[in-house]
Write a protein that binds this ligand. Structure first.
Ligand SMILES: Nc1ncnc2c1ncn2[C@@H]1O[C@H](COP(=O)(O)OP(=O)(O)OP(=O)(O)O)[C@@H](O)[C@H]1O
Ligand SMILES: [Mg+2]
Length: 387
């Protein structure tokens, strides 16, 4: 990216403007200035892709109203500048819709930092979105959570830099946190409430993190009686896709509006079933509904979990379903229950077990290409504002 980001300075006196220009040497190019904030808006609207540095202290109210206006224009980047760095001032700027706050002073080159962060953010935003996989249990106890968590573990084992989050959509009875033996005081509704100021760093710090690096977003507080709205779910999932390489959804087991929204947004649906008649019946029903919903056949992958010689054989299952089974995970209760009870992951604790290799081999099936999109290193923009 070029290092001459166009900047327009608004509301600063000549000495302040000179100081800002000096501090920006080499990182941005000041293409204009307007000391009177009330006259700045047409110019700012006109020059797209520029960064507006708005000096707050002289005409606070008009500057804040410009920030508000600009924050509604997609791609605009108002940065509020002030000689006062009290949390009250930072918060006021943030609430008005500033992308960042920079403290102006002779020694501290905070404006430089703000510009560099914004540039990095723009670069990071060019990254493709992460992949989302919905693990859907054809029947309770078919191993959805086991597969979702260990799929995440396998990705991290193969690509330690990958950012992977498991989202537990069973807000009441979800057990992803228990499976991974992590606790979280930051749940779904916290993310929704704080989304306007969450960035990569803050999100990463806030979510529960397993020792493997795997992160979890769940709703840990059972007494949180808020209802999750469809639009909020979609916003959270889009947000996660921007910040993670892989988003794995667990806790889906019905065709509620929320479940459908989540599945619509997923690249793949991994339908987990066990080799027994009740699971088979349910899996058949699920496949029929997926078809009615218009999901492309390649989107759905059927995973036969707990496969063993004694149960239904593969051909009978495929015959009954009228389609092929995409992935098979063998039955290994002692290994699985051991890792679950210790809050561990198969990839770390039983890397050579057959069941681990089975889960590993699901990656290409779910279009998980470990070599791609694992460099989602982003710097926080508004991080300082909420410290
Ligand atoms: N491949 C496997 N071999 C042996 N046991 C397994 C296997 N996969 C899962 N299990 C066992 O099956 C049980 C249920 O697994 P899990 O909780 O992952 O299923 P689920 O579909 O998420 O269930 P729920 O309906 O409670 O969400 C667990 O006790 C787990 O140990
Ligand atoms: Mg489960």
């Amino acid at each position: 990216m070029r290092n001459t980001t166009p900047v327009i300075i608004v509301g600063a006196s000549s000495p302040e403007e000179a100081l800002i220009r000096h501090q920006l040497t080499g990182v941005a190019e000041v293409i204009g200035s307007e000391p009177d904030p009330t006259r700045a808006l047409p110019r700012l609207r006109e020059v797209r892709g520029s960064i507006a540095l708005l000096f707050l202290d002289r005409a606070r109210e008009s500057v804040l109203s410009i920030v508000k206006e600009l924050s509604r224009i997609p791609g605009s980047s108002p940065i509020v500048v002030s000689r006062d760095r009290s949390s009250q001032t930072i918060l006021t700027a943030m609430r008005a819709g500033a992308r960042d706050f920079a403290y102006l002073d002779e020694k501290d080159r905070d404006i430089r930092r703000a510009i560099l962060n914004l540039k990095e953010f723009a670069q990071a935003n060019d990254l493709p979105e992460g992949k989302m996989i919905a693990v859907f249990a054809a029947k309770g106890g078919s191993g959805a959570t086991t597969i979702a968590t260990n799929l995440g573990g396998t990705i991290i084992a193969e690509a330690p830099k990958a950012r992977v989050v498991i989202v537990d959509l069973d807000l009441q009875m979800g057990d992803v946190l228990v499976f991974l033996d992590v606790t979280s005081r930051y749940g779904f509704f916290d993310v929704i409430r704080n989304m306007h100021r969450l960035d990569q760093d803050l999100l990463h710090q806030s979510l529960a993190t397993h020792s493997s690096g795997l992160q979890v977003l769940a709703q840990a507080m059972l007494d949180d009686s808020e209802d999750l709205k469809g639009e909020d779910l979609v916003t959270v999932l889009s947000f996660l896709k921007r910040h993670y390489d892989y988003v794995i959804l667990d806790g889906l087991r019905d065709f509620s509006e929320l479940a459908l929204l989540a599945m619509d947004k997923s690249e793949h649906i991994a339908l987990t079933m066990t080799p027994d008649v009740p699971a088979l019946k349910n899996a058949y029903r699920c496949l029929t509904v997926f078809k009615q919903l218009g999901y492309a056949p390649e989107k759905i992958k059927v995973l036969l979990n707990r496969f063993q010689k004694q149960g239904l054989d593969l051909h009978s299952v495929e015959d009954a379903l009228g389609r092929k089974i995409d992935g098979v995970v063998s039955n290994d209760f002692p290994t699985i229950i051991g890792v679950i009870n210790r809050g561990e992951l198969l990839s770390a604790s039983a890397p050579r077990a057959r069941v681990t290799r089975d889960i590993n081999s699901l990656l290409p099936l779910l279009s998980i290409d470990i070599g791609l999109s694992t460099q989602r290193q982003r710097r926080g923009l508004l991080r300082r504002l909420v410290q």
